[in-house]
Design a protein around this ligand. Structure first.
Ligand code: GLU
Length: 303
């Protein structure tokens, strides 16, 4: 009893500290539920390679600058996250570092830009970033505007609900329920295309963490996106939230690349394949997303 009380007091103090300091940095919200948000990595170090790449304007730009601009997410625990001290961590962040090193750039020289789901194509098309790593599903529609290397992971669309929810048990139980997802994402598209709930019950925000806050505040009934993302949020608020656990799509995560730079796409694909083959991918996965997700092995790259 005494232990439990002091634990709760500590948690409350941590939440208060987060509330005071957590919201100031580039609009990144504090961890939903007030769990400790300190970043930890897999411990893998990424040593810059000396790749031989010719005919790639993007590669020439990166190697000339000795730096790379990478688009990421910052509010997705164990995937793309920035803690209140400003440290970044997660599977996608380490994949971004692995790719940088494979292209010969010191990961410390990565310039991160936080780009929400809806703005990924335009950021790549406008040259604001050299590549994007952030739960970015490879789709034919997106391939009209950008290129992809991957997949480097396969997720599935699922549902996050409050712990005491009993009516929402799968995608066909959403009618009449308020469902939240991110603008410009494949999951919100699926909710619309399949009419999983009424248009007036679809709530959208730029980021999933905003949806999770709405769920905790009982303003929406479910958050839908990839299980990999939802499991990270559920792990932070295990007493309040749960993942339904019946995935209903296949989301193949790719590294988003400028369209048409085929030599660059090949170079990034080669970096991924090498990490699959030499065990690096596995170490990174197990030390990041594997902590809130399920065991996984490297997927097969698209040809
Ligand atoms: N993987 C999905 C997508 O690319 C959902 C996650 C996200 O929005 O990043 O749209």
């Amino acid at each position: 009893m005494h232990l439990r009380t002091s634990h709760l007091l500590l948690a409350g103090a941590a939440a208060a500290a987060l509330a005071l300091t957590g919201c100031g940095k580039e609009g990144t919200p504090a961890a939903a539920g007030g769990a400790s948000d300190a970043c930890a990595g897999s411990g893998v170090t990424f040593t810059p390679a000396k790749p031989d790449v010719s005919g790639s304007p993007t590669f020439d730009k990166i190697s000339g600058a000795g730096a790379v601009k990478v688009g990421v997410k910052a509010d997705q625990p164990n995937l793309g996250y920035k803690d209140t001290s400003g440290k970044r961590c997660g599977f996608d962040i380490e994949m971004a570092q692995l790719v940088a090193a494979g292209l010969g750039v010191d990961p410390a020289k990565i310039q991160y830009t936080e780009i929400p789901s809806a703005n990924r194509e335009s950021a790549l098309q406008g040259g604001q970033i050299d590549y994007y790593v952030g739960t970015y599903s490879i789709t034919d529609e997106r391939k009209q505007k950008v290129s992809f290397a991957g997949p480097y992971f396969v997720a599935g669309q699922d549902l996050l609900v409050r712990e005491d929810e009993s009516a929402i048990t799968g995608k066909d139980t959403l009618k009449g329920k308020k469902v939240c997802s991110a603008t410009g994402s494949t999951p919100i598209q699926k909710v619309r295309d399949e009419g999983l709930t009424e248009p007036s019950n679809i709530v959208e925000f730029k980021t999933y963490s905003e949806c999770v806050s709405q769920l905790l505040d009982k303003k929406v009934d479910a958050v839908t996106t990839d299980d990999a993302i939802l499991k990270g949020f559920a792990a932070r608020s295990p007493e309040q939230l749960k993942v339904v656990g019946k995935p209903f799509s296949e989301e193949k995560y790719g590294i988003g690349l400028p369209k048409g730079d085929t030599a660059f796409t090949k170079a990034v694909s080669d970096v991924l394949q090498k990490s699959f083959d030499d065990g690096t991918w596995q170490k990174v996965y197990d030390g990041t997303l594997g902590k809130s997700g399920s065991p996984a092995t490297p997927p097969k790259l698209d040809s």
